[in-house]
Design a binder for this molecule. Structure first.
Ligand SMILES: NC(=O)c1ccc[n+]([C@@H]2O[C@H](COP(=O)([O-])OP(=O)(O)OC[C@H]3O[C@@H](n4cnc5c(N)ncnc54)[C@H](O)[C@@H]3O)[C@@H](O)[C@H]2O)c1
Length: 355
């Protein structure tokens, strides 16, 4: 492994692209070889800053034999077609969240990548945080006992200018809206920790962004298949924005993560390692509460390094498409519930009706 350098290409040179580029620069076994964007100015800015080749389209970038993995950083509704093009060209793909706009698209992407023998991973990087991994381990070991509550609270702020910055940011069909865009990470953490989900009941409204026709606020009740209950409270209307929380409460323990910091870690069966786990996270690392670029590349780096390891050791990436599918289904079910003003049971019968 020592001198391996996997070549990466970035599809999309927008807001998230520099985070990927910095993560690639910081990783030992990666090389940013190219970027592609239909916007020449954005492409030039990125390629000059990070010193890589620039292409006007994905198709042109796929002609470059140095590109082994494509990180798909285009607006959400474009992820599906890009993954299929990568698979046809025999390239691995790392797709930003949400992986696609429908379960049918996710299934098509999985089938295409399997048939082509390429890897596909999803950038749901919050799963890699140490407090999240500790919670997952404790759940697997049964330390919480019966889980009663699994909740997330994302009280963030985004300005109207953010929604107007690019056309897709205010178009629900393009994957905008607080549920499928910002809160997707934390719905995913609940799914990862406490899922699968049995039933959701959601209400969505627009509190602070009358200039866009989207929900900026989501309030939902959740019933998990395990019998646990939960709440999802997510908003981009709440100035100035505060760090998100994940809370797991069981009969024998409570764990709370705020941002990337373990806030509470208490079990009836205190163990020697618990004191160290309580120190996870510094609280000084921004996690997106106050602005769209208000975060770091550290979690992305973990996802990218895992992809390299998955390729070189011929295993699945840590965050598979299959593991992200139930999160998308949950998000779609919440849209359906809000539209119908009624609870929705999973699996959802007609996902097309969501949009
Ligand atoms: N994981 C995270 O924390 C995180 C953070 C921000 C954004 N994202 C995700 O990253 C993706 C991109 O978000 P963003 O904020 O960077 O968006 P953006 O609009 O800033 O950038 C997207 C770029 O894609 C380009 N593009 C559009 N269509 C194209 C095409 N057909 N071919 C080539 N380029 C094309 C646009 O010109 C633009 O520069 C989204 O899926 C978003 O959800 C994830």
């Amino acid at each position: 492994m020592s001198d391996i350098r996997i070549g990466f290409g970035l599809l999309g040179a927008g807001l998230v692209a520099p985070f990927h580029a910095k993560a690639l620069r910081a990783s030992a076994h990666t090389r940013l070889v190219a970027a592609a964007d239909t916007d020449p100015a954005r492409l030039a800015k990125l390629t000059v800053e990070f010193g890589c080749a620039g292409y006007p389209s994905l198709e042109a970038m796929l002609e470059d034999p140095a590109v082994q993995v494509v990180n798909i950083l285009t607006p959400n509704h474009l992820h599906h077609d890009a993954v299929l093009a990568c698979a046809r060209a025999g390239r691995h793909a790392l797709v930003e969240k949400p992986p696609a706009m429908s379960l049918g698209e996710v299934d098509g992407m999985a089938a295409a990548c399997a048939a082509a023998g390429v890897k596909i991973g999803v950038v749901l990087q919050c799963r890699t945080r140490k407090p999240v991994q500790a919670m997952r381990q404790a759940i697997r070991e049964g330390r919480f006992g019966k889980i009663y509550h699994a909740d997330t609270y994302m009280k963030w702020f985004r300005s109207t200018e953010y929604y107007k910055m690019d056309a897709w940011r205010s178009s629900r069909r393009s994957g905008a809206g607080v549920t499928i865009q910002q809160a997707f990470h934390y719905i995913d953490l609940l799914q990862y920790l406490a899922g699968p989900v049995r039933r959701v009941e959601a209400r969505m409204n627009n509190l602070a962004h009358p200039a866009v026709e989207l929900e900026d606020t989501l309030l939902a009740f959740v019933d998990y298949q395990s019998g646990a209950q939960g709440v999802v409270q997510a908003s981009t209307a709440l100035w100035p924005g505060t760090d998100m929380r994940i809370e797991i409460n069981g009969e024998n323990g409570t764990a709370i993560m705020i941002g990337e910091r373990m806030e509470t870690w208490k079990f009836r069966d205190e163990r020697p390692e618990d004191a160290g786990i309580r120190q996870y996270g510094s609280g000084a690392v921004a996690t997106g509460a106050t602005g769209a670029a208000d975060f770091t590349f550290y979690d992305h780096q973990v996802v990218i390094e895992d992809m390299v390891d998955a390729i070189t050791t011929a295993r699945d990436p840590m965050i598979t498409l299959a593991s992200a599918r139930p999160t998308l289904e949950w998000a779609l079910a919440m849209y359906q519930s809000a539209k119908q003003h009624a609870p929705v049971d999973l699996p959802i019968p007609d996902e097309d009706a969501v949009w």
